[in-house]
Design a protein around this ligand. Structure first.
Ligand SMILES: Cc1ncc(COP(=O)(O)O)c(C=O)c1O
Length: 391
């Protein structure tokens, strides 16, 4: 029988545009500063750099572009290898390929789903060698391991101190994919500020949004200069069309940065709401022994961008179907990148936990404006599913 009074849909993740978005965008429209120049872009860059704790920030059209120019800026070249987690959104993997480099896929941790740094260390010790040029090479392929991209999955910080130690030892650059973790902290420092470069995304589902947008942060002045140059078509002269490299049209428009400024004014409140709602989910789900709400590591401070619920393999798809039928938007987590047809031939190292995570986790509604009543409803429907299954 169909539900007599279906509730309005509870979306997975929608932006909250409750600040000065209209005012700042109107200012751009009124003054005509809508495109690649304008004060909102520079103010947005300065605001993000100050917030994250880096000396520089360069705005980009999206997070993928931020990753791409960061890799180029760090010298990733055709024929190099870059260590990446297999469990992540595909963008960082594609960015490696845009540079003509090869991804090497790494497993993830059980507790926070981030790249497994212990296995990475083991891979470097056993499968690679440091040569007299100071660089590390993969013994199997002979290629240089130039960089690593840790992704702070769903906002939960990866183990950055271990990562820094390993990468220093093997002379590997860290490019943090902090696209999901603006505001998250590891040992009191913001994610994005640990690597040579850190990348953010302001896509519609991120903790703050500009519709589409991104940012590279770094404390390396030369790198910041180079990245800014690359994002603006590598134009050398303000007047003459004199370009000294193959650049990109990756600069964030001023009108989008205006939205970013308004969103930044609300970020602290978004994080408070996301963390509070995570606590409510965890508390309400604790009596449902068939489920486990992902909490990450208590030694870190996650922005809880996305919520993940672990269930048995057999329950994952039927539970998602059940929730969707009840107008609750949920989704599976990402298919493992090393299994996708474009990347199947690439090297992967002892991948064991990531498949288990893919088979068991789903994402639950997580918008910053989610009401306690909505969370109660979601949890009650999860409970209903297990009762229905038993009956
Ligand atoms: C882990 C990760 N990396 C990169 C990106 C790419 O960001 P964008 O969509 O802004 O290009 C996203 C999300 O969209 C992401 O989740």
């Amino acid at each position: 029988m169909s539900d007599p009074s279906p509730r309005p849909m509870i979306p997975l993740s929608v932006p909250v545009l409750a600040g000065k978005e209209w005012e700042y965008i109107k200012d751009c429209l009124d003054t005509g500063w809508v495109s690649s120049a304008g004060s909102y872009v520079t103010n947005f860059e300065e605001k993000i750099a100050r917030y994250v704790g880096t000396s520089h920030a360069v705005a980009t059209v999206n997070g993928t572009a931020a990753l791409h120019v960061s890799l180029i800026g760090c010298g990733v070249s055709p024929g190099d290898e870059v260590i990446v987690p297999t469990l992540t959104f595909i963008a960082p993997i594609n960015a490696v390929r845009y540079c003509g480099a090869e991804p090497v896929f790494m497993d993830s941790n059980k507790d926070n789903l981030c790249l497994d740094i212990r296995k990475t260390k083991e891979f470097l010790e056993r499968e690679c060698e440091k040569r007299s040029d100071g660089c590390t090479y993969n013994k199997r392929t002979g290629r240089r391991i130039k960089a690593i991209i840790p992704v702070h999955i769903f906002g939960h910080p990866a183990a950055m101190d271990e990562m820094l130690d390993v990468c220093e030892e093997y002379n590997i650059d860290i490019i943090e994919d902090a696209t999901e973790s603006l505001g998250s902290e590891y040992k009191g420092k913001k994610t994005g500020s640990f690597g040579r470069a850190g990348c953010f995304s302001f896509n519609g589902n991120k903790i703050i949004t500009t519709g589409g947008g991104g940012m590279v942060v770094t404390s390396d002045e030369n790198l910041a200069k180079q990245i800014r140059h690359l994002t603006t078509q590598a134009k050398r002269d303000p007047f003459e069309y004199d370009h000294d490299a193959i650049g990109y049209n990756y600069r964030l428009p001023n009108i989008l940065a205006a939205m970013g400024m308004a969103q930044m004014e609300q970020l602290d409140n978004f994080i408070i709401a996301k963390r509070r709602n995570a606590g409510i989910y965890k508390e309400l789900l604790k009596d449902l022994e068939q489920t486990e709400f992902m909490w990450g590591k208590s030694s870190t401070k996650s922005n809880f961008w996305f919520y993940a619920l672990k269930v048995c393999k057999e329950d994952k798809n039927p539970l998602m179907k059940f929730l969707l039928k009840k107008n609750i938007q949920v989704r599976p987590i990402w298919k493992l990148n090393h299994t996708l047809q474009m990347y199947r031939e690439c090297q992967s190292y002892k991948i064991k936990e990531a498949p288990e995570a893919y088979e068991r986790y789903i994402n639950l509604p997580c918008s910053a404006n989610l009401e306690q009543e909505d969370i109660k409803y979601v949890v009650s429907v999860v409970g209903e599913y297990f009762k229905w299954k038993k009956s």
